[in-house]
Every structure is written in C-alpha cells, then in structure tokens.
Design a binder for this molecule. Structure first.
Ligand code: NHR
Length: 221
C-alpha cells in the first residue's frame, strides 16, 4: 500500500496548497499522479507541470449543467486511476453523483474548526463570533458542503491583534503542514473511515479528528 499510493489533486487557483503537497511527496508515501482544474488559466497547472505531473483542464463554462461537467470530470480523473482525490482550492460544488463515485476517497481542507464556520469568510466569522481559537480541518467530502467526517484539525489561539488577514496567513502555514500529513496517514493506512467514523491506528477518533496545534507545527518544521 505504501509508495505507490496515487493521488489526484483538483484545484481552481494558484496552487499553493498543491505545492505543499508536491514538496512533501519525497518524504511521504504518496505520489501526485494528476492535477485537474476547472479553470484553464489556473496557476496550479503550471506548478504541476514544473513538478513533472500530468495535468488536465476542463472548463466548466463549456458544459450545459453541473452534472454533465462532473460526469466528464469523473472520466478524466479515473484515467489517472487514483487511490485518493484531493480538493486543494477547488471552487466548484460537486454533484451527488460525483461525490458518490468517490465515496471514502475524496477529501478537502476547510479553514475552520468544523463544525464551526462552514462556508466562506471563516476568518472574519471567527473574529465576529469572539472565538478564542481558529484553525483548519481536513474532512471527507459528502454531498452536503463542509459536512463530511473530520480527519484532522490544526488549531491556533486568536490574539487581540489578529485580523482576518493575519488569521488567514497563520492558517495557511498550518494547512501546508497538515494536509500532506493527512494524505500520508490515509495513504499509509493509519487513518481509516468506516461508516463515517474515523480511526487512527485502529483507535476511533472524536468528531474533530486528530488535533495538532500551531505551536507543535512551529517546532516540527
Ligand atoms: N462539493 C461537495 N459536494 N461537498 C463539499 O464539501 C465541497 C464540494 C466542492 C468544493 C470546497 C469548498 C472550499 O474549499 C468544496 C467542498 C466552492 C464552493 C462554492 O460555493 C463552496 C465550497 C467550497 C468550494 N462554489 C460555487 C459553485 O457554484 C462557485 C464559486 C466560484 O466559482 O467562485 O460551485 O471552500
């Protein structure tokens, strides 16, 4: 199961998260075998090419419906024979059929401590709510947005001087550490999902998954 674990990444934008995933392939036991974008001009496609990874762009605007686009996307993804499909700044809501096809093999990273702050603008939402903590969650993708089982979370303490901008910067640093690690733990079989319940080394995890802190990341890097 180790070393030839095939990962396909979907993105829509600059690909900074993809870059973090690519940068750690050597030390971890997964391999990015394909990168797909719904936006032909996404810079993430160039990052993939530079790393020698095959790419595919499929412009959603050329399709008459979300369902027909997703059907073609499934075809293109499956040509890469993925073990895991990873959303990394992919900005199109995925249809029921797509999610069902990759059930248990499809993950996303969302910048909040789920189930808090689903949706967009999570940094401002956390500040407005007076939260003491914020962070990011790796979760399996289900039809309902930001609602699948949480695999891992990285947390930080919000300070008086934090703004949406500083929170975003700190969360991004944590994401670039957390997401490759989560993919590695899934690839190596340490993380498993059964009936929506996540286990690490066969021990069930709580609803917020395996948690690490900003401080522990600062010393680990
Ligand atoms: N699809 C499903 N079914 N479930 C999830 O949990 C998903 C998903 C697709 C993407 C990522 C999420 C994020 O990283 C994600 C999770 C885009 C939208 C959105 O509203 C929502 C959540 C996410 C990404 N997209 C608009 C749409 O009509 C388009 C917005 C745009 O193009 O800028 O698809 O934040």
């Amino acid at each position: 199961m180790t070393d030839n674990y095939r990962v396909v990444v979907l993105l829509s934008g600059s690909g900074t998260t993809l870059q973090a995933i690519l940068d750690r392939q050597e030390q971890y036991c997964y391999q990015v075998v394909g990168v797909l974008s719904n936006r032909p001009d996404a810079h993430g496609l160039e990052r993939a090419s530079k790393a020698g990874v095959d790419t595919c762009s499929l412009d959603h605007k050329r399709f008459s419906s979300r369902e027909s686009f997703d059907l073609e996307l499934v075809k293109r993804i499956d040509e890469f024979k993925p073990d895991l499909v990873v959303l990394a700044g992919y900005m199109r809501i995925l249809s029921r059929a797509f999610v069902k096809h990759y059930q248990g093999k499809l993950i996303n990273i969302h910048p909040s401590l789920l189930p808090r702050h689903k949706g967009l603008n999570t940094y401002q939402s956390a500040l407005d709510a007076g939260d003491k903590e914020h962070g990011t969650s790796v979760h399996y993708v289900t039809e309902e947005l930001d609602s699948g089982s949480v695999v891992m979370q990285a947390t930080l303490d919000i300070t008086d001087v934090d703004t949406a901008k500083t929170l975003e910067q700190r969360v991004k640093v944590m994401e670039h550490h957390l997401y490759p690690k989560a993919i590695d733990w899934i690839a190596s079989g340490r993380i498993t999902i059964q009936n929506d319940a996540i286990s690490l080394d066969k021990k069930p995890l709580g609803p917020q998954g395996y948690r690490i802190s900003e401080k522990s990341i600062a010393t680990a890097n």
